[in-house]
Design a protein around this ligand. Sequence first.
Ligand code: 13P
Length: 252
Amino acid sequence: MRTPFVAGNWKMNKTIEGARGLVRELLPGLMPVAGVEKVLCPPFTSLMTISDLLKGSDIGLGAQDMHWKEAGAYTGEVSPEMVKECCRYVIIGHSERRAYFGETDEHVNLKVKAALAVGLTPIVCVGETLEENESGRTREVVEHQVAQGLAGLTALDVARLVIAYEPVWAIGTGRAATGEVANQVVAAHIRTPLVNLANEEVAGVVRVLYGGSVTGANATEFFSQPEIDGALVGGASLKPVDFIQIVTAAAA
Ligand code: 13P
């Protein structure tokens, strides 16, 4: 049995004051939902404030990225140890980082290893672009991202990951994948390769999420799929009613 997992990726939204307001609206609806691992990923600037607000709750906190080096002359970057000061999770390899900030599978691999080394749970994102999808390259792209991103990990390391399948064409477009298609990609191109990277037992315990235009209205379509264990939510994670509905659907 894999515990359902729902994370809200706020991306570059909310000032500290705005983040505080959103958490206050979310807490009463999220707190009573049991049996789901719930995670909020606000921008770096709000992490400490939100960390205080979440104390005593069962809601976890995650960063949206981090650098892989321990410390040093890396202007603008945040180290694994800094993230670990207030977070249990970190999103790694989001398609927006890959597309706009030149993040490669090699960077993803370094970050995953660095996150595990300090005891963070990486939420590793993979997914194909529209062009790759339309040219029939989904399998090749997703399997490559999984293999390269997780290269050199032990089976025990792999067991500690959360993986998110986020087809780029579905992110922020309102055009979500169907539950069936997402389930198929997760089964064939993520979970099956995990058997080779680790082993069957590990492949069976890793939580794999779907992300891309998940809403309160369509969440159940994904959560009812056997290989999908939750969601990485962007836009709808900024809307309290929707996000609470998604988390509640994951518990059902
Ligand atoms: P949307 O839910 O806004 O499509 O974003 C998904 C996403 O990128 C989460 O990481």
